[in-house]
Ligand binder design. Structure first.
Ligand SMILES: *Cc1c(COP(=O)(O)O)cnc(C)c1O
Length: 395
């Protein structure tokens, strides 16, 4: 049997390669941080989700070791059988405190949080109204639920209003959005989303994966940014980006919603509990963020510095509100040549083109981190200018 199937896979893989869409993995020989070793060469990393620079933080490493010493290596169980330690509850409480919510439920990943949030709460009588640029895990979560689906154009409030009007036919409605959209770096207009949701009697859910730790005066996410505390019913998020970058996800929000997820959410009920080392380090992450806002302040300073210098140099940058700076090149082959030339200059970034972004909207996505020092930013900007001139992007 495998012969025919093998031939089919080989052909499919060849067509992925021919389309230039084959994903190769580059090996990093060392921890995740600003300067990384790739193929024996040191490059500056500008494509990690390591927004607060915590991925290789000594306090988190120590906290992970301490938790492993005190609570062991693995849980060998889901939460409700025998997979819940005191540490898990402490982490859930720390996340609730951070987001000003009533309760929190942990998952192995935010992919699971989003995969397991809709189906337990909504039925075929209800409606999910989803931003067109929402993350793949939200799209999959929606697919697993029988609710009627509506989609609105990215952050387009007129379209959202039309969809909300159409969704009056259903019993309950929920508007779902990413907090920060990962290709442009724009923040979802939560204030307007909440207003419309109130006008049309809908719940509100936001995925804070790229916004938590980043947006808002002290980095607490979209509700701090727009002062929408109390008006958002469900937040999902990841421990795999700003919050240390290991692994783990969560849903946080209203008490009864979280309670229902604990009873019925399939990725929670049927998948293993996160290990003590990760939980212990995540608790320490929230201790660090409670003690001081220094990391977030540095991130904001770095983003502003990078953006201003790049605009000054003449680059076309999407008006970012986050730690994502999209340097627009428009042309797909150019974006690939540009990224390759930057790597030669010791700058590790990724060029994105269709179908990841719309046709004719190719770009290089730069992700700024609190781990970057001024000299790293200057080196990156200088490399962009050099390559920009060589490739005729800058005059
Ligand atoms: C990264 C990301 C996820 C997935 O998070 P994991 O914890 O890595 O599964 C989900 N939603 C959004 C918006 C993301 O950016």
């Amino acid at each position: 049997m495998y012969g025919n199937f093998q031939k089919y896979l080989q052909d499919e893989l060849a067509s992925i390669r021919e389309a230039g869409l084959y994903k190769n993995e580059r090996l990093i020989e060392g921890p995740q941080q600003a300067a990384i070793s790739v193929g024996g060469k040191t490059v500056l990393n500008f494509c990690a989700n390591n927004y607060l620079g915590l991925s290789n933080n000594p306090r988190l490493i120590q906290a992970a070791k301490d938790a492993m010493d005190r609570r062991g290596y693995g849980m060998s169980s889901v939460r409700f059988i025998c997979g819940c330690q005191d540490l898990h509850k402490q982490l859930e409480a720390a996340i609730s405190e951070y987001f000003h919510t009533e309760d929190t439920i942990l998952y192995a990943a935010c992919f699971d949080a989003n995969g397991g949030v809709f189906e337990p709460l909504l039925t075929k009588d209800d409606a999910i109204i989803s931003d067109a640029l929402n993350h793949a895990s939200i799209i999959d979560g929606v697919r697993l639920c029988k609710a009627v689906r509506y989609r609105y154009a990215n952050a387009d409030m007129e379209d959202l209003e039309r969809q909300l009007q159409a969704a009056q036919a259903q019993r309950f409605r929920i508007v779902v959005t990413d907090g920060v959209f990962s290709m442009d770096g724009n923040v979802a207009p939560m204030d307007k989303i909440c207003e419309l949701a109130e006008k049309y009697d809908a719940l509100v859910m936001v995925d804070e994966s790229h916004s938590a730790g980043v947006v808002g005066a002290t980095g607490h996410g979209v509700s701090e940014f727009y002062n929408t505390y109390g008006r958002v019913d469900i937040y999902t998020g990841t421990l795999g980006k700003a919050f240390g970058g290991a692994v783990g996800g969560f849903t946080t929000g209203r008490k009864e919603i979280i309670d229902m997820l604990r009873q019925r959410s399939r990725p929670y009920l049927f998948s293993n509990s996160i290990p003590p080392s990760v939980v212990g380090a995540a608790i320490e992450t929230f201790n660090i963020l409670r003690e001081s806002n220094a990391l977030h302040d540095k991130l904001v300073e770095n983003v502003n510095y990078f953006r201003d210098k790049m605009l000054e140099a003449g680059f076309d940058i999407k008006p970012t509100q986050s730690a994502i700076c999209a340097v627009m090149l428009y042309d797909a082959p150019l974006s690939q040549r540009f990224a390759a030339a930057l790597q030669e200059e010791g700058i590790y970034v990724t060029g994105f083109f269709y179908p990841v972004v719309p046709q004719g909207q190719a770009r290089i996505r730069v992700q700024i981190s609190a781990a970057h020092e001024r000299e790293h930013l200057d080196k990156c900007i200088a490399a962009f200018i050099k390559v920009g001139k060589e490739l005729g992007v800058l005059k």
